[in-house]
Design a protein around this ligand. Structure first.
Ligand code: NAG
Ligand code: NAG
Ligand code: NAG
Ligand code: NAG
Ligand code: NAG
Ligand code: NAG
Ligand code: NAG
Ligand code: NAG
Ligand code: NAG
Ligand code: NAG
Length: 420
């Protein structure tokens, strides 16, 4: 029981200690006279002053927050939702440079943080807002990189006669004009492009008599790699099928930067083989399947980002029913055999006279022979000539007749026979 009291007392004591401790804490005063200057079209130089009435032993530093909207009240909302629309910098002195675009306007805020300043806590922010340019000169920008060339395209629905397109060269520390200017397109040539960490673009021109600057910040060129459309060939080697990719432009970066995605179907079953290192892909061949395949080259995340278009579809083989041979054996072969049988029977019936010529009826011959023999047995003693067999003369075919070997036989035999 007294344990609970002890604990309660301890809690009360520590709580009261905390309140006593916090009693002296207070907010730091905000900074003063925050100003900005565009040093280049892309670089914003911010300066401000120390807060007034800061105790001499109070050490502070500053947080600079750049939010990509003119409306500073939106910042709190977006910070809550964790949107990545703000850049934050912590600095020791009272100036800060930012590489930043002006396309949506900006809300810049600076707060004072205590570094070593007793019971003080962070100041409220001091805000300035920078409006966006009066007109958006271009829309739907996109760029593609290949072989030291960055091709940028855009749409423009404002009437600006002297539209200029520039990019920031960190090497030369200046803006460089893109000279291959067409309507809605320009190609930047620069051997330094693939080493850049980001791209800063400037579009400027005269709109309604006033100069306008639009600046944009974009990914580095190696994240915008565009590869040529590959070609796929399929070849069969024995029981395996080889997919071979050929493409002309995989020479700018290391071989491991290029990855192959094979997208194919076999017998209407879809398969994707992603992130293959090799331009050749080997698989077991199913001779009963039709293969349809395409390939796409992906630029590895280790080197940047980007891809090629999908190749044209290539086909190989035919879909076949694997049960076909069994079906053939069970149904079709007996069917064919019986058909043949029927046909041959019909033919036999129709042409039986040709196929099986008429031969003397065996019964007759045998009967004749039998009778002859009986007679000879009886006549053995009486007459020698009566022993011989005499076939009945019978006409078989129109002109064929069986010629008995007659010279030995007397013509009287017939009469004797009849007499018996
Ligand atoms: C700072 O701002 C105050 C008014 O807020 C002004 O009187 C003062 O001259 C400014 N200081 C500088 C250095 O600009
Ligand atoms: C920013 O511009 C001011 C002049 O407006 C200059 O005194 C200051 O040195 C610049 N800051 C930096 C970091 O260059
Ligand atoms: C501010 O600090 C940076 C380093 O953090 C230094 O390069 C710069 O010169 C300082 N500027 C001033 C005005 O003290
Ligand atoms: C600013 O002060 C905080 C302490 O309040 C410290 O953590 C931070 O490292 C400091 N930043 C700079 C740039 O000195
Ligand atoms: C340009 O972008 C807008 C949205 O920003 C989109 O609605 C439109 O379809 C795009 N136009 C083209 C041609 O891509
Ligand atoms: C701004 O960008 C340029 C080139 O892109 C770079 O040299 C410079 O260090 C950057 N400055 C800041 C403050 O990030
Ligand atoms: C940029 O500087 C390099 C040398 O660093 C030079 O060769 C090149 O011509 C310059 N480019 C332009 C557009 O001035
Ligand atoms: C556009 O910017 C370039 C470089 O800053 C400048 O030389 C040119 O005069 C500008 N054009 C217009 C129309 O503002
Ligand atoms: C446009 O940028 C140039 C620097 O290239 C600057 O001198 C000019 O004042 C800017 N114009 C506007 C209207 O922001
Ligand atoms: C291409 O590669 C990227 C990363 O390198 C990956 O996120 C993406 O899914 C790949 N695309 C395909 C179609 O495999």
């Amino acid at each position: 029981m007294f344990r609970v009291w002890d604990i309660s007392l301890v809690i009360c004591f520590s709580l009261s200690l905390m309140f006593v401790g916090v009693e002296g804490a207070s907010e730091l005063p905000p900074p003063r006279n925050l100003t900005f200057k565009w040093e280049t079209p892309f670089t914003l130089n911010l300066t401000w002053e120390k807060p007034k009435d800061l105790e001499p032993d109070c050490k502070v530093n500053y947080t600079v927050n750049a939010h990509h909207s003119q409306d500073c009240s939106e910042r709190a909302k977006q910070d809550m939702s964790g949107a990545k629309n703000t850049e934050t910098r912590r600095v020791q002195n009272m100036t800060c440079k930012l590489n930043i675009s002006n396309e949506n306007g900006l809300c810049i805020s600076v707060t004072v943080n205590p570094e070593n300043c007793g019971n003080k806590y962070q100041s409220p922010p001091l805000d300035i807002s920078i409006p966006p340019p009066p007109v958006r000169l271009v829309k739907n920008r996109s760029c593609e990189y290949s072989h030291n060339r960055l091709k940028c395209t855009w749409h423009s629905d404002v009437d600006v006669k002297d539209l200029g397109f520039y990019y920031w060269s960190p090497q030369n520390e200046t803006v460089i004009k893109c000279n291959e200017m067409k309507i809605g397109e320009c190609v930047i040539h620069d051997t330094f492009l693939k080493h850049m960490t980001n791209m800063l673009y400037l579009f400027n021109g005269t709109y309604k008599g006033k100069p306008v600057n639009n600046t944009f910040m974009d990914e580095r060129p190696v994240d915008l790699v565009k590869l040529n459309k590959p070609q796929l060939t399929i070849q069969r080697f024995g029981q395996s099928l080889h997919f071979q990719t050929t493409v002309s432009d995989l020479d700018e970066f290391a071989p491991q930067c290029y990855r192959y995605n094979y997208i194919y179907s076999m017998c209407d079953k879809s398969v994707q083989e992603k992130d293959m290192a090799n331009s050749k892909h080997v698989m077991d061949y199913d001779s009963n399947c039709k293969y349809r395949a395409r390939v796409q080259i992906n630029f590895s995340y280790k080197c940047g980002a980007g891809k090629s278009d999908l190749s044209d579809e290539v086909e190989y083989g035919e879909n076949r029913d694997p049960n076909l041979p069994a079906l053939l054996a069970v149904i079709i072969i007996p069917l064919i055999v019986s058909c043949c049988l029927i046909v041959s029977l019909v033919l036999l019936r129709r042409h039986k006279d040709i196929i099986f010529p008429k031969i003397p009826e065996p019964t007759l011959i045998f009967k004749d022979m039998l009778i002859n023999n009986i007679r000879t047995a009886e006549d053995l003693r009486s007459t020698a000539d009566g022993r011989l067999y005499i076939p009945i003369e019978e006409i078989v075919e129109s002109k064929i007749s069986l010629e008995p070997e007659t010279p030995l036989i007397p013509t009287t035999t017939n009469t004797t026979h009849k007499q018996v």
